[in-house]
Design a binder for this molecule. Structure first.
Ligand code: HEC
Ligand SMILES: [Cu+2]
Length: 379
């Protein structure tokens, strides 16, 4: 063989090394990020006081975590068990394959002597029944095991229509572009984007959609469930700890898909009962002339045909505003709920949330002041 042959051999060897090292480094870093860091991240995020339309990623809650590895309900613990099981099998395969690869590279590498003697290609082997049978059967067994484990987990966490626990609280979850509606038929409560539930009590979710397919996902509390128009999917979860859990629409549903957040606020039993009682009573109450003028603006413009305020209007197209000020955020959970942000929103929703289904109704600055003076009384 010529000089040239030797050089290209070297290039090939070097390419192998680059490939192997890259695989190991990427694998190692990935492992570290997902397993070591992913399990520990508890982000502290203070309320963003001065909202500007560019602050698209505000998270007004003090603590949130959307790691799939943090399990805070029996359902997510089951899912996490499966995740680790699959990860262990995949990791085992990775180690065996990489190990054999490294072994072959060292054990069968070309020796200096062979290089000097230019013996050419080593002996080539073709076909081996035992080997081929082995690498057909082993993957089949692995896939079968993964499949059975997955079916078992699905059966544990995913209810059918008839699995509603006796003592469950029902919440109807309706996905809209781009916000979530939560209806509590047993409590006569309707709210948006922030779902309140009691701790340690099974929650029975009836999930649907008003327009396109969305997906309800609060990673710490349950897996994903599709929200499909004209169809109900059933989901069940039990929160074991008081706190706020962050979620996100998990099915691409249009240009504001990323701003369709879910906050699940878990309260102790008496806290939840208090919340539900507050929510069930109408809040509309004229306390001053400005508020009265604001309500007139609300009724004069189309606001009332899209939005409901108990005792005042019955629109169902848009978020229920009966207790707007009991929510920390609005517009799919993306904006801190302050009077200034409400003014900016009503002036021109598209400036903050381009594509939003709320139109700019061209209110005068004075009318905006008045209608917001009214809205902030809806506690
Ligand atoms: C064509 C229907 C429509 C009209 C008319 C309308 N809105 Fe809206 N409004 C929406 C929709 C849809 C959203 C949710 C937008 C989103 O989150 O993407 C919304 C959101 C809001 C919110 C935030 C609620 C929350 O919890 O997220 C407020 C406050 C609001 N509108 C006030 C008003 C006022 C005041 C008027 C009248 C000046 C008005 N809207 C007119 C459709 C409408
Ligand atoms: Cu969505």
């Amino acid at each position: 063989m010529s000089e040239q042959g030797n050089t290209s051999d070297k290039v090939v060897t070097r390419a192998w090394w680059v490939l192997i090292l890259t695989t190991l480094v990427v694998g190692g870093v990935g492992f570290f990020l997902i397993v070591v860091l992913g399990n520990q991240i508890e982000v502290e995020d203070p309320i963003v006081e001065n909202f500007t339309p560019t602050d698209l990623f505000v998270q007004p809650d003090a603590e949130w975590n959307t790691s799939v590895l943090v399990a805070k309900s029996p359902e997510t613990r089951e899912i996490r068990k499966l995740t680790w099981f699959v990860f262990a099998i995949a990791g085992g395969i990775f180690l065996v394959v990489e190990g054999l690869l490294l072994y072959a590279i060292f054990r069968y590498r070309r020796t200096k002597k062979q290089r000097l003697e230019e013996t050419g290609e080593p002996v080539q082997l073709y076909g081996s029944n035992p080997v081929e049978i082995a690498w057909t059967i082993i993957p089949i067994i692995i896939v079968l095991v993964l499949c059975l484990a997955t079916i078992r987990t699905i059966q544990t966490v995913q209810p059918t229509k008839n699995d509603r626990p006796e003592n469950a609280l029902t919440v109807e979850v309706i996905g809209h572009r781009w916000w979530w509606e939560f209806r509590y038929p047993e409590l006569d409560v309707v709210t948006a984007n922030e779902m309140y539930i009691p701790v340690d009590r099974p929650i029975w979710l009836e999930i649907g959609s008003a327009d396109v397919i969305h997906s309800f996902w609060v990673p710490e509390l349950q897996g994903k469930m599709d929200a499909i128009p004209a169809h109900t999917n059933y989901w069940k979860l039990t929160a074991e700890k008081v706190g706020t859990y962050l979620g996100q629409c998990a099915e691409y549903c249009g240009n504001q898909h990323a701003n369709m957040l879910i906050r699940v606020v878990v309260l102790d039993e008496s806290g939840f009962d208090g919340w539900a009682k507050e929510q069930a009573r109408p809040a509309d109450n004229i306390t001053s002339e400005q508020v009265d003028l604001g309500r007139k603006v609300f009724l004069k413009y189309a606001c009332q045909s899209c939005h409901a305020v108990a005792g005042v209007s019955e629109g169902t197209y848009a978020p229920d505003l009966t207790h707007l000020m009991s929510r920390k955020t609005f517009a799919g959970g993306m904006i801190p709920n302050t009077p200034d942000n409400l003014k900016a929103w009503i002036d021109d929703p598209a400036q903050i949330k381009p594509g939003s289904d709320m139109p700019a109704l061209k209110l005068t600055p004075q009318e905006i002041e008045q209608v917001v003076a009214y809205l902030v009384t809806l506690k």
